[in-house]
Design a protein around this ligand. Structure first.
Ligand code: HEC
Ligand code: HEC
Length: 418
């Protein structure tokens, strides 16, 4: 008899509005340690926008304005329809809400949001580039994204942006008429590779210099895309000012309890830490490959790719000095450790941009939290000694999931750009 009544009474209490005031009466009072953790997540703790030493143009206002135009210019694509903004839509937190991105063709990963990227030492899910300008040059020559060549870029820039380019970077190279528009370095495509080898060594250098420069202009624009304060940040500020009455008007008790879980029992803060809610590192949290896709090695491959990237911080076209590039010089090359590991995504504005994970494997935040719950349970299951992902938190209950989601929704604020 009691067995049947208790759940009914409990669910009435739990479903009543504001119930968690009753369940967690002092949820808005925090210990000093907790306040310190909240401060570490607060947007106000973010240091000023860093300059990229490998890009001499990244604070140049002309380069920023030029980069903004290039970002949205679909003439920089094989079918005249794809620009950076196709997959990084400004009104959709600079992403596209698709499970895997689609440019000239389907890609194998999800488009990533762009706010706060200037703070990120590694770009892409596998971190295969180490600067925003090196990153921008990837999609342009990728056959499934923009699908054009650096040689074609020279033609497009001289037809449409000659003055603008030359004011910032100097003369555009004149190309021999016999060069193929599709010529680019392409070790896995012998025909395209031979077109590139038919270009004189001097012109290959001049073409690649122009290509690097347009990457630097696009990067100067991308660097300006930043987050502004979210309800969580307003709540934190109210707490720092000792204004609990105001704090209570910004976050509900459920949301505040979700924050408590996030920084304590659920251990989300182990990886989603700092004001951008990311440790900028790579972890294998155990997300299975997307149905029908090959397993993705993630960072294990990214480590080699970034070291081999011709546009990296130590490369010929980098503007970095001898004391820069510490990240790349001291890169952790333990590929074993990073097998199936992906970049920890920022959780700012996360509720605005389903689906989730590197190939959009999970449809909504509920699926993400169910996934974490399940991983932790698999880990603690009896007899499980070989199970090795980077997830270490204890059990998350179904109620915890609701609180955590309520908290994640408080991380959405405006996104600003040049
Ligand atoms: C076809 C869709 C598509 C186009 C076009 C595209 N991107 Fe992306 N973008 C993606 C995908 C997918 C990823 C993740 C790819 C990966 O990890 O392999 C990504 C990743 C990024 C990242 C890394 C973010 C992070 O958190 O590390 C940046 C920055 C970025 N893109 C900027 C750009 C710029 C600038 C352009 C134009 C030159 C561009 N993208 C064109 C889909 C696209
Ligand atoms: C061991 C480090 C680690 C811990 C702990 C961790 N995460 Fe993550 N989180 C990641 C990584 C890495 C990804 C991307 C994984 C992938 O795509 O394969 C991710 C993805 C996510 C995403 C999807 C974001 C997106 O843009 O796709 C959400 C939401 C998220 N985590 C929330 C949480 C919450 C809530 C917790 C605590 C219960 C948590 N995470 C604990 C590392 C971690």
């Amino acid at each position: 008899m009691y067995k049947r009544i208790i759940p009914i009474v409990l669910s009435v209490v739990l479903l009543a509005p504001g119930y968690s005031f009753a369940v967690h009466p002092d949820v808005h009072s925090w210990s000093n340690e907790e306040i310190a953790l909240i401060r570490s997540l607060w947007l106000g703790s973010l240091h000023p926008l860093p300059d990229d030493p490998s890009n001499a143009y990244d604070t140049d206002t002309q380069a920023i304005a030029f980069g903004k135009k290039l970002f949205a210019d679909s003439r920089l694509s094989a079918n005249g329809k794809v620009s950076c903004a196709t997959c990084h839509i400004p009104d959709k937190t600079f992403t596209d809400n698709l499970p895997v991105a689609h440019g000239m063709d389907d890609t194998t990963r999800r488009s990533m949001p762009l706010a706060g990227m200037a703070y990120s030492p590694w770009l892409f899910w596998d971190g295969r580039t180490d600067s925003l300008w090196a990153q921008a040059l990837g999609p342009i020559e990728s056959p499934v994204e923009h699908g054009i060549s650096r040689t074609k870029c020279v033609i497009i820039i001289s037809n449409h942006y000659q003055q603008e380019y030359e004011q910032i970077f100097g003369p555009i190279p004149e190309l021999d008429k016999t060069y193929k528009e599709t010529a680019r370095p392409a070790p896995d495509n012998p025909e395209i590779q031979s077109q590139w080898e038919a270009v004189s060594v001097e012109d290959r250098k001049a073409i690649t210099l122009l290509y690097a420069n347009i990457g630097k202009a696009i990067a100067a624009f991308v660097r300006t895309i930043v987050h502004e304060a979210s309800p969580f940040d307003e709540y934190a500020e109210a707490l720092f000012n000792g204004d609990i009455d105001r704090a209570k008007t910004v976050l509900t008790a459920d949301q505040a309890f979700g924050l408590k879980l996030f920084i304590s029992k659920a251990k989300c803060i182990n990886c989603h830490n700092g004001p951008l809610f990311t440790n900028n590192d790579f972890h294998n949290v155990g997300v299975p490959a997307r149905k029908g896709y090959d397993p993705d090695m993630g960072r294990a491959e990214g480590i080699n790719l970034v070291q081999a990237n011709e546009f990296n911080c130590l490369g010929r076209l980098s503007d970095a000095g001898p004391d820069d590039c510490a990240e790349l010089k001291y890169i952790d090359t333990d590929t074993e450790k990073y097998h199936g590991a992906f970049k920890t995504p920022s959780l700012r504005n996360v509720a605005d941009r389903p689906p989730y994970m590197h190939a959009g494997q999970l449809k909504n935040l509920h699926e993400v939290l169910k996934f974490y719950q399940n991983e932790a349970r698999k880990r603690s299951a009896p007899g499980n000694n070989g199970f090795g992902t980077d997830i270490v938190h204890g059990d998350i209950t179904d109620e915890d999931i609701d609180y955590l989601i309520a908290f994640l929704r408080t991380l959405s604020g405006p996104i600003k750009s040049y």
